[in-house]
Design a protein around this ligand. Structure first.
Ligand code: SF4
Length: 265
């Protein structure tokens, strides 16, 4: 435990030192810019900052155009990913400052991700698709251990796991239930899917989508009538629509992705 804390504190200290060095170094070079070497270093740093901003800005622009036009630009996807990875954590922090609910930002991220995946028009074979569901969908009174083997479910109709089995059987896709990120990552390693339909809360979906990047994931938010992580539900039409889209049987831009989020971009 001590070493884990030390790593975190060391990383934070290193970040502060790095930022301090950049700021004070920049100021020092600026006030001593009469010296030619300093001038060159200052221009170099300024150039790097500008290039970074240009890359992130371009990625953001491509993302907006992609969402707006429903067209995809495969050769520019790396810019979109770079912009997302850099800007999303910053967006969360800015949201905190302005009192915007973190789940609202995360669910917006999921909606954007879903449409970006939708635009790529990815098609996979049923056995290459994995439905990844959270353990909290299982009825809390159910005695069967479905995270070890989802086939332990007796399909009694007592929770959405029953219906997810029906979707799995109907389309011949893979289906697993995970208790958390570690088990989910293990399933992804084990099944090596080409695409994932993931069901989870805003927080887990957001981190999961980023974890498996660039693997395409359509995220479906769970419903929490009894509070988080307990007897949760899911809109099965959205799950089925996502499955149908990946295996090429569905209409594009189906219900899993909130139209509200799409048109608001
Ligand atoms: S459908 Fe029935 S047996 Fe299967 S996980 Fe739910 S409650 Fe348990």
């Amino acid at each position: 435990m001590y070493s884990r804390k030390r790593i975190f504190i060391a990383m934070m200290t290193a970040t502060v030192l790095l930022l301090g060095t950049v700021v004070f170094g920049g100021l020092f070079l600026y006030f001593n810019r009469a010296n030619m070497v300093n001038k060159i270093v200052l221009i170099g740093i300024g150039g790097l900052v500008l290039i970074s901003l240009a890359v992130v800005g371009f990625g953001l622009l491509v993302m907006v155009i992609t969402l707006w036009t429903h067209k995809t630009f495969p050769s520019l996807q790396n810019f979109v990913m770079t912009a997302t990875n850099i800007l999303f954590p910053i967006a969360l922090q800015i949201g905190k400052v302005f009192g915007i609910d973190q789940d609202t930002i995360k669910s917006s991220f999921i909606a954007v991700n879903n449409q970006l995946v939708d635009n790529r028009n990815i098609r996979v074979k049923p056995h290459q698709l994995l439905i990844l569901a959270p353990h909290c969908l299982q009825n809390s009174k159910c005695p069967y251990k479905i995270t070890i083997d989802v086939e332990n479910c007796r399909r009694c109709g007592g929770c959405p796991i029953h219906d997810l089995h029906r979707i799995k059987d109907k389309y011949g896709v893979n289906f697993v239930v995970a208790t958390g990120g570690t088990l989910a990552r293990r399933f992804v390693k084990e099944y090596k899917p080409r695409a994932i339909v993931a069901i989870a809360c805003e927080r887990d979906l957001t981190s999961g989508v980023q974890d498996v990047n660039p693997l395409p994931v359509i995220g479906v938010l769970n419903i929490r009538p009894e509070g988080p992580c307990f007897n949760t539900q899911v809109n099965l039409n959205q799950v089925e629509a996502a499955v149908r889209q990946f295996i090429g049987e569905g209409e594009r831009r189906t219900a899993y992705s909130s139209a509200k989020h799409i048109t608001e971009v």
